[in-house]
Design a binder for this molecule. Structure first.
Ligand SMILES: N[C@@H](CCC[C@H](N)C(=O)O)C(=O)O
Length: 288
């Protein structure tokens, strides 16, 4: 593998660039991340995944949003990273563990096509509804069905952490313009000290829901794994769905399974887009 080699992979239209820390000769500063993720001045991406060493799990992963902030966890990012680990021969095992800032997860390659991982399951850990641990500044122990006023809107919000923080709003109808207008205002509201990922969710049946996503540090995205886990957990908490929920997003579908002890499992597809090497000119600019 060359220096500064990258792989670009999408999970339901949520795309990430994967780098191996051992093979990069530039500093992944906030400015460098913003530049690489910019489609005009860089490659363009919804975020960066960095393979790092771990002494607690088989592999270590750091996850960066396109604004340069670091996320504790990413569901699509994890499946993309696991595909990279398997496809590039870092392991021949179909089951392995990954350490993220948001906890250690167990991954399983479920389907292989032409020697490459295609469908991957990740045991994402437990959904946590404790408001201080999410974190939120609400005084109640759990933020389920609480009112939040944003400009002219009064939203009923439900907050949960699945390693990273989420604010789920149940809607009768989903409106892309509305999430694009209010997503950032909710993300950066004073109630959320670490900002928050936002989802609008419409329940379709006891086993299906449709969602729109506004990601912390990334904005509107076509799909999000942790958002799907967060929505399924909130819907289960409110007894609106059963233990297995198909989450439909603009970029595709994920299957989320929730155990009675709140362990969450996510299963879905990942496909590589491209692989290559950053140019010397870009590296020169990144190192300035
Ligand atoms: N796309 C991701 C979530 C990435 C991290 C998120 N923006 C955050 O800051 O927590 C996913 O698939 O889960």
């Amino acid at each position: 593998m060359n220096e500064n080699y990258f792989v670009k992979t999408h999970a339901l239209g949520n795309e990430y660039l994967v780098f191996n820390e051992e093979k990069t000769n530039f500093k992944l500063t906030q400015k460098a991340i913003q530049r690489i993720c910019n489609v005009n001045f860089g490659i363009g991406s919804d975020g960066i995944l960095l393979k790092v060493p771990s002494n607690k799990a088989d592999f270590g992963l750091r996850i960066f949003n396109p604004d340069g902030s670091e996320a504790e966890k990413s569901g699509n990012g994890l499946r993309i990273f696991c595909k990279y680990i398997y496809d590039y021969g870092f392991t021949y095992n179909k089951e392995f563990s990954v350490e993220t800032k948001g906890g250690i997860v167990k991954a399983k390659i479920i389907e292989i096509s032409n020697g490459k991982a295609k469908i991957i399951s990740v045991e994402m850990g437990k959904a946590n509804f404790h408001s201080k641990e999410i974190p939120t500044r609400f005084t109640k122990t759990e933020v389920i069905g609480e009112k939040l006023n944003i400009q002219d809107k009064e939203y009923e919000i439900n907050c949960v952490s699945v390693g990273n923080p989420h604010c789920v709003i149940l809607k009768k109808e989903l409106n892309i313009d509305e999430i694009k207008q209010y997503g950032h205002l909710i993300e950066t509201n004073n109630y959320f000290p670490n900002r928050i990922n936002v989802q609008f969710a419409k329940v379709l049946s006891r086993s299906e829901a449709e969602i729109l996503i506004w990601e912390r540090g990334a904005g509107f995205t076509l799909a999000s794994g942790t958002s799907s886990c967060a929505v399924a957990s909130v819907l289960r908490k409110r007894n609106l769905v059963d233990n297995e929920v198909k989450i439909k997003m603009p970029g595709g579908e994920l299957l989320i399974e929730i155990e009675d002890n709140w362990n969450v499992k996510m299963t879905g597809e990942v496909r590589q887009i491209a692989a290559g090497t950053l140019s010397d000119e870009l590296i020169e600019d990144l190192n300035k």
